[in-house]
Design a protein around this ligand. Structure first.
Ligand code: NAD
Length: 515
């Protein structure tokens, strides 16, 4: 474990990680063949050492077709199963997730590199969404609307959609699947999941628990199917007309490819894409609170959250003190083995992520930015442990508008709140944002129609770490989708408007006469 100075890091032995992963898979009851590294198929790797743990069989075109067919077949009975009965399946899944919280968190740490506390938090998020979805299973309400015609009732009813294809990113390897699956299942849909090729083991473990939950409550196991594979497997889900809704989480690049393809076949799409999140710190801010919120949002998960704080927009009167305090806090941030107690910053996911970080920092420096931190710590293997970086920028150049998926915090300075809000909104992405202020006028303005243009606008907390109760998602290039709590369930159902005439007359709407 080390601080901002570049030193060597002790990483766990890959043999031990293999044993830990195997033990977790065994405990959750996962049945899979773990091939030796390099044996073909998907290479399940760990960013802790940069090595391959096992090779796994990749879904073939036939497997993909069969999985979609099974989910489509299960839909025909699942859609008419009463929603509260569907809720019983999700309740059981929540119990199993609670029982196996440590096993799943262990796999999340090994595959995604999250520190133990954040990995446990991610599994807790799965448990929370199961609880939410169980309640939802008794609350899939439609509206009754006043009809303009006498003796008529006008109402909306909500029905299941069909098969939901779920494509997920490496950095939330389990929670995003759970957000989609728990809600989709109570809505009466069935699910086919293609996880990131970087996190197949956590996916296999989730699927094992899901199948067990189905068996325990007597539901068809085919309501949830798993396909391990890369982009091609994902593309099959994208193009298959049996997939009624494609919910895809990942980069803007991926969304740009996927969105038009699903639209081409008039399928529904729910996109949760990249962010470029900012926090404004005003002169009235409680700086102690701001520094804590900023450091967690910017350096937590080694900068690999979609909601990671990437831009700090600080008032001229506080910027110097703020940067000094953040750099000071960064110096004492323990970087290292994410499963070791006390570590706060784990590794980057792979070499490409590190190269992207180096390239962005070089570009920022060439643009006149002053860089603090951002160097790599030595290990004996191919792992990429870095100190988070802070870059004071003279102005917002093109690199500031990019989402570099690494811990880089660009600092910009402002004079008026209008200017700060314009900077907040100047990027193509629109996921999360925050303001640190004790002035109610500034806080309200930030959340108003002419304030932040993001899907998330927080006051006096950072940009990351959302609760499941609210709808989650963002605007512009973030894709516009909403998942998780609130009324996000409506994306997983279709709406029918019903007009019932219980009179013996046939009045037409808008007073039209046809006799
Ligand atoms: P990625 O785009 O490389 O991959 C995401 C998933 O999409 C993977 O499962 C991948 O196999 C699949 N995929 C890629 N191209 C595809 C295609 N053409 N057709 C079908 N499937 C395809 O993203 P990543 O590196 O795994 O994750 C990091 C990115 O995800 C960041 O941009 C981050 O901001 C974003 N993200 C967004 C949210 C959100 O809720 N908005 C949440 C987590 C991550």
């Amino acid at each position: 474990m080390t601080t901002m100075e570049s030193t060597s890091i002790t990483v766990p032995r890959v043999e031990d990680l293999r044993e830990r992963a195997k033990a977790a898979l065994r405990t959750v009851g996962a049945e899979l063949t773990l091939g030796v590294p390099g044996a073909g198929g998907i290479q399940a790797s760990t960013p802790l050492t940069g090595e391959v743990l096992f090779s796994l069989t990749e879904a073939s075109a036939e497997d993909t077709d069969a999985a979609i067919a099974e989910a489509a077949g299960a839909f025909t009975s699942w859609r008419t199963t009463p929603a509260p009965v569907r809720g019983a399946l999700v309740a059981r899944l929540g119990e199993l997730l609670t029982e196996h919280k440590d096993d799943l968190a262990q796999l999340v740490t090994i595959e995604a590199g999250k520190i133990t506390s954040e990995a446990l938090g991610e599994v807790q998020e799965m448990i929370d969404i199961c609880e939410f979805a169980v309640g939802l299973s008794r609350q899939l309400y439609g509206k009754t609307i006043a009809s303009e015609r006498p003796g008529h009732r006008l109402m909306e009813t909500w029905h299941p959609l069909g098969v939901v294809g779920v494509i997920t990113a490496f950095n939330f390897p389990v929670a995003v699947w759970a957000w989609n699956t728990a809600v989709a299942l109570v809505c009466g849909d069935t699910v086919v999941w293609k996880p990131s090729e970087l996190t197949p083991l956590t996916a296999v473990a989730c699927q094992a628990l899901m199948s067990r939950a189905a068996r325990d409550v007597g539901a068809p196991v085919e309501v949830s199917r798993l396909l391990l594979g890369g982009r091609e497997v994902g593309e099959t889900l994208v193009d298959d007309p049996r997939v009624a809704l494609l919910s895809a989480t990942g980069s803007v690049r991926m969304g740009r490819e996927v969105g038009p393809r699903v639209a081409q076949r008039f399928g529904r799409v729910l996109l949760e894409l990249g962010g470029n999140n900012a926090a404004i710190v005003t002169p009235s801010a409680d700086l102690d609170l701001a520094v804590r919120g900023i450091v967690f949002s910017a350096a937590g998960t080694a900068g690999q959250r979609c909601t990671t704080l990437r831009r700090l927009i600080a008032h001229r009167s506080v910027v110097d003190e703020l940067v000094e305090r953040i750099v000071g806090a960064y110096r004492s941030l323990p970087v290292g083995d994410p499963s070791a107690q006390g570590t706060l910053v784990g590794p980057l996911i792979h070499e490409t992520a590190y190269r992207d970080m180096v390239g962005a920092l070089e570009q920022a420096a060439a643009d006149g930015g002053e860089v603090f931190g951002g160097h790599r710590h030595g290990t004996e293997g191919d792992a990429y442990y870095v100190s988070p970086a802070v870059v004071r920028m003279p102005s917002q150049t093109a690199i500031v508008h990019n989402e570099t998926f690494a811990p880089i915090l660009y600092v910009l300075t402002y004079d008026t709140l209008d200017e700060a809000i314009a900077l907040n909104n100047a990027v193509p992405q629109g996921l999360s944002s925050a303001i640190f202020t004790t002035d109610i006028r500034e806080a309200e303005r930030f959340m108003a129609a002419d304030g932040s243009d993001c899907g998330i606008a927080n006051v006096n907390i950072g940009t990351s770490g959302a609760e499941i109760g609210g709808a989650f998602g963002g605007e512009k290039e973030t894709g516009g989708g909403r998942e998780s709590g609130s009324d996000s369930w409506k994306a997983y159902m279709r709406r029918a408007t019903n007009t019932v005439n219980y009179s013996s007359e046939l009045p037409l709407a808008q007073g039209v006469r046809f006799s």
